[in-house]
Design a protein around this ligand. Structure first.
Ligand SMILES: C[S@@+](CC[C@H](N)C(=O)[O-])C[C@H]1O[C@@H](n2cnc3c(N)ncnc32)[C@H](O)[C@@H]1O
Length: 310
């Protein structure tokens, strides 16, 4: 077997590199450089290296909360909000809505919806720092928007809600089919009759195919690199972790590094329908599904948007 050896280097944890995209773009060889065998996936090497650091809590968005909007949140919602807005307009015809946003992150969804829709909303998120950003953002809205720090798999949901949302692959962050089932059941119980659950999911192909390559976002003042760990297959579907690494330019011109590891579960869409059915939803449909071609954002592919009605 021919083995091609390649070398690359990775900045060390917490390194701050003095002003300069050039320093970022051209990594300097150092003791952090790892050799890798082209027969063995690049991502697996990187993952092993990162895993060995063992310092990141899986699905903890606290470290990246400050840069989340800038890196991905704002752009992702800009690419997808019209679709959600359209589904809601068709179903609710502009009526005032009581909303519950599960895994709400920094509150972008409510903030966009409240621009031209009368809503009262509660958002819940595991990351206290994402919630801090959401609360700060809510202050600029006249709508009644509240945010709580909590785990949606453990906390209770309010009653008599018109709309429950789980946006931007947040459902994939719940790491077993049992947790999806319980979350659907709790969402169903919190909804009024005629209310709706709107969510999007990363499909199997996204975890299985797209994530075999690093995904990179480069802006003038930041760089985002996402590398996936090897997938794990079980009876629920595919479980796969990604390491999200961000270099962002600080006011002083130096770059700061922050990172997080998230774990996703993806399952066949038929299974999702069956879980919705078991939870009691009388109707569920895919409102849009994108395959390999990204729509408006690098993450918006191999993704389905679903709407279920109580
Ligand atoms: C990709 S972000 C999406 C955030 C937001 N839904 C949006 O559309 O911008 C995933 C979010 O899920 C949250 N999350 C993950 N697991 C959670 C859990 N068990 N309970 C509550 N929030 C959770 C994370 O803290 C993070 O803010």
């Amino acid at each position: 077997m021919t083995q091609t050896r390649k070398r690359f280097s990775i900045f060390r944890q917490n390194d701050v590199h003095k002003s300069g995209a050039s320093r970022l773009a051209v990594p300097t060889p150092s003791e952090t450089a790892l050799g890798y065998d082209s027969e063995f996936p690049f991502s697996a090497w990187v993952s092993l290296w990162i895993d060995s650091a063992g310092r990141l809590n899986v699905n903890d968005y606290d470290p990246i909360a400050e840069v989340f909007d800038d890196v991905m949140g704002t752009d992702f919602h800009a690419a997808t909000h019209q679709l959600r807005r359209h589904v809601l307009q068709e179903h609710f015809h502009g009526q005032e809505l009581v909303c519950l946003d599960l895994c709400c992150g920094t509150g972008i969804f409510f903030s966009l919806l409240a621009k031209d829709w009368s809503i009262r909303g509660l958002g819940i998120d595991l990351s206290s720092r994402q919630v801090d950003v959401a609360r700060a953002r809510a202050q600029s809205h006249s709508s009644h928007l509240q945010y709580e720090n909590g785990d949606v798999t453990r906390t209770g949901y309010p009653e008599r809600v018109d709309l429950v949302t789980i946006n931007f692959d947040a459902l994939n962050h719940l790491r077993s089919a049992e947790l999806w089932k319980q979350t659907f059941a709790k969402a169903y119980a919190s909804l009024k009759r005629g209310g709706g659950l709107l969510f999007d999911i990363n499909l199997l192909q996204r975890l299985q195919g797209d994530w075999n390559k690093p995904e990179i976002i480069i802006k003038k003042h930041l760089m985002y690199i996402q590398v996936a760990f090897p997938p794990v297959y079980n009876s629920d579907g595919i479980i796969r972790r990604t390491h999200m690494l961000v270099f962002s330019r600080m006011d002083c011109g130096a770059f700061r590094r922050v990172d997080a590891v998230v774990e996703h579960l993806a399952m066949p869409v038929d299974r999702v329908f069956s879980l919705l059915d078991n939870a009691g939803f009388r109707e569920a449909r895919i409102v849009e599904a994108y395959r390999n071609e990204p729509r408006g954002h690098i993450f918006n592919k191999n993704r389905a948007f679903l709407f279920a009605i109580k």
